[in-house]
Design a protein around this ligand. Structure first.
Ligand code: RIB
Ligand code: CA
Length: 340
């Protein structure tokens, strides 16, 4: 199986960290590099956090490039209330010494696109870096295989406003620009005729919840990995109880990784999507599901997910063990066995 070459543009971030772990444990992917963007935390802190995850996964060979420090136009608003001051649950993980964080995330994205036809971009933070790259050299994006974007929402409520999801709310101008212009760059799409953007929005990510039961199972399967996940998610569990009244935490970003590896995990439809950049619904992804605007689809909007299969994949790839046993446990957990 030919690996998909991918750059992960992220804002680590608790769920971004889990996403990086899953990407590094997935045989379908070759992670060429990581770029960070202002989002959950400032881009420089995100880069330092990415190095902490790479060190834990013993993959400091992967380069990290720091990107945009502010959104295209809006004032920057972090999500440290959700992810902790340090961005990884105030877990106090020490900085990685002696490994450089490179500058120039946008240059790195463009340079890599010029070299790698079919390159996949996995954007799991605000799309500021992607938009800047597209603005600077749109013609280079003809080499893009697919942009998988964790962000937006079709029918699920927002997490930053009644209608807006954080990544698109934090930098709505970047999201709007990418949705409006990526298709014009003749991005080749994952397969012929597919839209270049695949939107892994809250409609599907809210269905993948890391519960105390599943976390406990991870710790039994692999104390080191489970212990690390517990350390960085404790803050996130508390936030979800206080803000959404759920026991567990929605792990948005790892689903985007899993979807890139195995698109059959999610179902959806192709539509033209635009992002609002002003007013009370700023950051809302407006999905023209009924084709009112008669515009060619620029996105695949995902609305369904095989939660059991995703959770089995996440635990098996991160923790090891017997896949069939994990599948049974996830079937039990995901069908309400642990109060889901
Ligand atoms: O709305 C959830 C998204 O915003 C996730 O990617 C999370 O890490 C934050 O970036
Ligand atoms: Ca993120």
């Amino acid at each position: 199986m030919e690996k998909k070459k991918v750059i992960i543009d992220c804002d680590p971030g608790i769920d971004d960290s889990l996403a990086l772990m899953l990407a590094l444990a997935s045989p379908e992917l070759e992670v060429l590099g990581i770029t960070t963007v202002c989002g959950n935390v400032p881009a420089d802190l995100g880069a330092r956090n990415a190095l902490k995850v790479l060190q834990f996964m013993d993959r400091l060979d992967i380069p990290v490039y720091q990107g945009a420090e502010v959104p295209l136009a809006r004032e920057y608003v972090s999500a440290q209330d959700t992810h902790g001051e340090d961005g990884i649950g105030d877990s106090g993980l020490p900085d990685v010494n002696g490994v450089p964080v490179r500058a120039g995330a946008v240059d790195y994205i463009l340079d890599t696109l010029k070299k790698e036809k079919g390159l996949c971009l996995l954007a799991i933070g605000p799309m500021t870096n992607v938009a800047l790259a597209l603005q600077r050299e749109p013609e280079v994006f003809k080499n893009l295989g697919v942009l998988v974007s964790m962000g937006g929402s079709f029918k699920s409520h927002g997490n930053c406003s009644p209608v807006a999801e954080y990544n698109y709310w934090c930098d709505p101008d970047a999201a709007a620009y990418v949705y409006e212009n990526l298709g014009k760059s003749k991005a080749c799409g994952l397969t012929e005729g597919e839209p270049p953007i695949h939107m892994v929005g809250l409609d599907v990510t809210r269905k993948v919840v890391l519960t105390p039961n599943i976390l406990e199972y991870m710790k039994r399967l692999n104390p080191e990995i489970g212990g690390f996940v517990e350390k960085i998610t404790r803050f996130y569990f508390d936030f979800h109880w206080e803000q959404e009244g759920i026991i567990g935490c929605v792990i948005n970003d790892p689903l985007a990784v899993a979807y890139l590896c195995r698109p059959e995990l999610c179902g959806g439809f192709d539509a033209y999507t635009a992002v609002e950049t002003k007013g009370i619904s700023i950051g809302q992804s407006v999905v023209d599901a009924e084709n009112f605007w008669k515009k060619a689809p620029n996105s695949r909007v995902l609305t369904g997910v095989n939660t059991e299969e995703f959770m089995t994949m996440l635990l098996y790839r991160l923790c090891g063990g017997e896949e069939s046993e994990i599948r049974k446990m996830m079937a039990y957990s995901c069908r309400g066995g642990d109060g889901l």
